[in-house]
Write a protein that binds this ligand. Structure first.
Ligand code: SF4
Length: 182
C-alpha cells in the first residue's frame, strides 16, 4: 500500500518536495472506486477477494460503485457474451476520466474455454484493457496482484496522459468519444 514516504521526493526538515503528478497519483491509487462487472464464476472469486480473508479494503477499495459515473476502475470478471459487449462498452463510456480496466480471468481476457459463436473472445474487442489477470478462475491472490499492477499504473501515469495523442488514438480505435477532450 502506498505511503507518503514512497513518493520520490526531496525531504528536508519539516518539508517534502515532489511533483503534482506523483502526489495526485498516490492519492488516486489509494482511493479507487471499483465497479465490479461480474457475470459468472470469476465474479465469485472476486467476492472472495472482497471478503475478510483477503480484504481488498486494505488498499482503500472498500467502496464498490455500482454507478459508472462514480467509479474509476472497471473490474470485468466472467464470461461476456457478444450480446453483452455493447452494454459493457456503454458502462465504460459512462465512467468519467481518468479510468482503468482490469480484466479478471480467461473468459474476460480471451473468451476462455468458450470458443463459441456467442461469446466475446476478449473484452479488449470492445474496450481498452489496462491489466489482464490469467486463470480459470484466478485465485484472490492473483486478483490482488492485478489490482496492485493497476495501482502502479495509476501512481506513475502523467496527469496529462489522457490528453496525449496516443491515448486519443487508442480511444478512436474503439470508436469511443473523449468527454473531457480539449
Ligand atoms: S475464466 Fe473460468 S472461472 Fe472465470 S468465468 Fe470463465 S469459466 Fe468461469
Amino acid at each position: 500500500m502506498g505511503k507518503i514516504e514512497d513518493l520520490e521526493a526531496i525531504n528536508g526538515a519539516g518539508y517534502q518536495l515532489t511533483t503534482l503528478d506523483k502526489a495526485v497519483g498516490l492519492a488516486r491509487a489509494n482511493s479507487m472506486w471499483p465497479l465490479p462487472f461480474a457475470t459468472s464464476c470469476c465474479g465469485i472469486e472476486f467476492m472472495a477477494t472482497m471478503g475478510s480473508n483477503y480484504d481488498l479494503s486494505r488498499f482503500g477499495m472498500e467502496r464498490m460503485s455500482f454507478s459508472p459515473r462514480q467509479a474509476d476502475l472497471l473490474i470485468v470478471a466472467g464470461t461476456i457474451s457478444k450480446k453483452l459487449g455493447p452494454v459493457l462498452k456503454q458502462v465504460y463510456e459512462q465512467m468519467s476520466e481518468p479510468k482503468w480496466v482490469l480484466s479478471v480471468g480467461a473468459c474476460a481476457s480471451s473468451g476462455g474455454i468458450f470458443d463459441t459463436y456467442s461469446v466475446l473472445q476478449g473484452i479488449d474487442r470492445v474496450i481498452p484493457v489496462d491489466v489482464y489477470v490469467p486463470g480459470c478462475p484466478p485465485r484472490p491472490e492473483q486478483i490482488i496482484d492485478g489490482v496492485m499492477k493497476i495501482h502502479e499504473l495509476v501512481k506513475t501515469e502523467s496527469l496529462r496522459r489522457r490528453y496525449n495523442d496516443e491515448y486519443k488514438n487508442l480511444m478512436k480505435t474503439y470508436n469511443i468519444e473523449l468527454k473531457n477532450d480539449e
